[in-house]
Design a protein around this ligand. Structure first.
Ligand code: AMP
Ligand code: MG
Length: 350
């Protein structure tokens, strides 16, 4: 019998152990998770230092690094979990969104593993993976809740109505918040990765430069939409104008003022979304969720009022455990792929 004919009849186990593979950007991540909630192993091999020389992720270097690291990451995950291949119930892999060449390494490897081990192959959306990191952070978390998805590629506020149904209340109409952090870091000559470096600099600065409030006036879209392109341009213009006039800028203040403008709007919109829906739980997902100012602002605004779920920083940025956790949900539904699975540079938020 062909692989898929056999695999699609696999009996579903409630306490399934899923091996999750993530290679959408510069992290080769492999994790093993039981029943979507319990992390049994979690390996990350990052190629970030190789990209730092170029000021951003170089797709070809990312793809090559995944090729070199993926076997080691998988072997280490198995070794550290104390399990062997027979204990694994399915292989979950990020199919998109991300860098196509990088994704292809993970998808090809996952297909080979699924075929060789005779296990179901479960394709996972990277975006949904980020949201599922909250199920690892809070073992009792159940939908419905509001999630703020703030990453390098996306910025959105969503209702998680049930484990499978997302409703996007609003999203960015141009740049993502993480992208704005990275571009502002570049103009301030900070090394890659930009986000954490802006945060470090901002800690020493004052919020004393007035950058524009985004989508505040006369905007006809959703009140939950975001825009970061204008803010990014305002910061770039501020820095260039000072350079042309031969004036010194206080980089710490630029970073701090930018960070306030970029983050405060997320916290405000999250509050509005909670009011609109009446939900009593707010979860954070995506790399910018690692930002200390955002984490503190959320705690200051919501602690004691609602249930707040903020994953550990390691589970805000890319990791394999979030893919295994989301993979478990898809596995429960029998969403298996055959061996024609391909990588996708773009996937919708749904
Ligand atoms: P993701 O797209 O979810 O993988 O997250 C990557 C994005 O998160 C990049 O744009 C990073 O600059 C951003 N990021 C990571 N850590 C931080 C931080 N501490 N503060 C702000 N942005 C961050
Ligand atoms: Mg990501």
């Amino acid at each position: 019998m062909k692989y898929y004919e056999k695999i699609k009849t696999t009996p579903i186990k409630k306490d399934a152990i899923i091996l999750g593979i993530e290679t959408s950007c510069d992290e080769t991540a492999v994790a093993i998770v039981r029943a979507g909630r319990e992390i049994l192993a979690d390996e990350i091999i990052s190629s970030a230092t190789e990209h730092a020389k170029y000021g951003g992720v170089v797709p070809e270097i990312a793809s090559r690094s995944h090729t070199e690291a993926i076997l080691t990451a998988t072997e280490n995950a198995l070794k550290n979990s104390g399990l062997n291949k027979d204990d694994i119930d399915a292989i979950a892999v990020t199919e998109g969104a991300g860098l196509l060449g990088a994704l292809l390494v993970g998808v090809s490897f996952a297909k080979s593993l699924a075929f060789a081990w005779n296990k179901p192959l479960v394709p996972v959306s990277h975006i949904r993976g980020h949201i599922s990191a909250s199920y690892l952070a809070d073992k009792d978390l159940k939908p419905p809740f509001i999630t703020i998805l703030c990453s390098g590629g996306h910025t959105a506020i969503c209702e998680v109505k049930d484990y499978y149904t997302l409703k996007v209340l609003g999203s960015t109409i141009d740049d993502a918040v993480g992208e704005a952090f990275d571009k502002v870091a570049r103009v301030l000559s900070l090394p890659y990765p930009g986000g954490p470096n802006i945060e470090r600099l901002a800690e020493k600065g004052q919020n004393n430069i007035k950058f524009p409030k985004m989508l505040a006036n006369n905007y006809e879209g959703s009140e939950f939409d975001f825009s970061y392109s204008g803010l990014k341009t305002a910061v770039i213009n501020y820095v260039h104008r000072a350079e042309q006039l031969g004036q010194q800028i206080v980089k710490e203040d630029v970073a701090c003022s930018f960070q306030h403008s970029a983050i405060d709007v997320i916290v405000d919109k999250a509050e509005k979304a909670l009011k609109l829906t009446g939900y009593k739980t707010l979860a954070v997902s995506g790399g910018v969720g690692a930002n200390g100012y955002l984490r503190k602002a959320l705690k200051d605004r919501f602690s004691g009022k609602i249930k707040l779920v903020i994953p550990e920083k390691r589970y805000c940025t890319d990791n394999g455990a979030m893919i295994a956790s989301e993979g478990y949900l898809q596995y429960l539904n029998g969403n298996f792929a055959d061996l024609t699975l391909n990588a996708k540079a773009v996937v919708p938020i749904k």
